[in-house]
Design a protein around this ligand. Structure first.
Ligand SMILES: [Zn+2]
Length: 411
């Protein structure tokens, strides 16, 4: 069964076999008009929609896309979509002037999500997670990462991993689970933080590895959360157990987290608002992808990460929602692209690379998705309008008209 999709303005990056860097971020391939053939969910051919241009003249089905814009399905490489309850009250406290880390220190923040998750049934948690994934899909996200980190006991972290795995089976997206047992020091360990790090290293990580669900281990390296030394200990153990590594670093305070992520050969380092040039250069050297989260800066009213500088220094850039009930509650990748372009000065083409191919590399999915090329899954979206510029141009509105995963239309 071969389907020919034709009469589209196709914008895609090329997969160069590694995350895109520097000027590669802005190198779009455009087919206008373009066409592609999908067989068994895989792109068999893509090229110009012209006679003699290699177009299949005998497909089983033809879909005319009406001259609209087609881009690869979005990849959201950093979310905390598996949570039990929202936190509007804290948002209002922040509006009234409270500081995010101050709320965190006073037992709100992540700990408030921990309390609600521990008390929630599996069903409630699954229902919420599925709701988030459904909304994410409506914004064109066809591949998504979800972290644990609201359990912070071995039992609750495993429960969260299992719910993520269960949700993954019920949705059309590809879901990549990440273990983030070191997301915060839970209140019961406040006066004996070393014991919590011991628990993560000696009990949680081996249990998570045994469960075989999480591909990555992440850690929150930040003042008042985990130190660089604690983070290295946790990540080292995770690597021994066969996981790949990520780290939340230099979000509020520069602790040298970017350099730590590079040293630990993390696949990606996230946030990086306070990262300096030295740390970023070390990431460039190590090939560590920067996963930048402008929605979080927006939501907690902090500066934006220096994404343009990252590109200049040779760091591969990815962007993500960070969707979570505290510091950034949005599933919308178009909103993230809008912030990157309008508030961070990231070129539109680079922002697109950052939510497709580089995002796919950040969660180990580049072999199957992230660009529209022969051999990859036919994960694509149809946007209103003529070009991806519609995203920041038609700001605050969902520009995604149709969503396809493996060639199947879902929206
Ligand atoms: Zn996060």
């Amino acid at each position: 069964m071969r389907t020919l999709f034709r009469n589209a303005r196709i914008y895609t990056h090329r997969d160069m076999g590694a995350p895109l860097r520097g000027d590669e971020h802005s190198a779009f391939t455009v087919y206008d008009p373009g066409a592609f053939v999908v067989r068994e969910g895989i792109i068999e051919w893509i090229g110009p929609d012209t006679a003699g241009g290699g177009i299949d003249d005998d497909p089983d089905t033809i879909v005319d896309l009406g001259g609209r814009c087609v881009v690869p399905g979005f990849v959201d490489p950093h979310t905390h979509l598996c949570f039990a309850a929202t936190r509007e009250n804290e948002f209002q406290m922040r509006l009234a002037g409270a500081d995010y880390m101050q709320i965190h220190r006073e037992g709100g923040g992540i700990m408030s999500s921990v309390r609600s998750l521990r008390a929630a049934t599996r069903e409630t948690l699954l229902k919420r997670t599925l709701m988030g994934l459904k909304r994410s899909l409506s914004f064109g996200v066809t591949t998504v990462e979800i972290k644990t980190g609201y359990g912070l006991t071995t039992e609750a972290e495993l429960r969260q991993l299992e719910v993520i795995a269960q949700a993954a089976k019920q949705v059309p997206q590809d879901v990549v689970p990440t273990f983030l047992g070191a997301h915060s020091i839970p209140e019961e360990f406040r006066d004996r933080r070393d014991h919590f790090v011991d628990l993560v290293v000696e009990e949680m990580l081996p249990a998570a590895a045994d469960a075989g669900i999480a591909r990555y281990c992440d850690v929150f390296t930040e003042e008042g959360v985990f130190t660089v030394a604690e983070s290295e200990r946790i990540l080292t153990r995770a690597r021994e157990l066969g996981m790949e590594l990520k780290a939340h670093v230099d979000e509020i305070v520069n602790l040298g987290g970017a350099a730590m992520a590079a040293r630990m050969k993390c696949v990606s380092a996230e946030h990086l608002i306070a990262a300096d040039d030295d740390g970023l250069s070390e990431m460039a050297e190590a090939g560590t992808i920067a996963v930048v989260l402008p929605g979080t800066s927006f939501s907690i009213r902090k500066p934006f990460a220096r994404a343009r500088r990252m590109i200049e220094l040779g760091v591969p850039l990815a962007l993500a929602t960070d969707c979570n009930p505290g510091s950034c509650y949005t599933e919308s990748i178009p909103f993230i692209v809008t912030l990157a372009v309008m508030q961070m000065g990231v070129p539109l083409e680079a922002a697109l690379a950052a939510v497709t191919i580089n995002a796919a590399y950040a969660i180990g999915m580049a072999e199957s998705t992230g660009t529209l090329e022969g051999g990859k899954q036919a994960d694509f979206i149809v946007l209103e309008g003529e070009s991806p510029a519609i995203i920041p141009y038609h700001a605050g509105v969902n520009p995604v008209e149709e969503v396809y995963k493996k060639g199947v239309r879902l929206i």
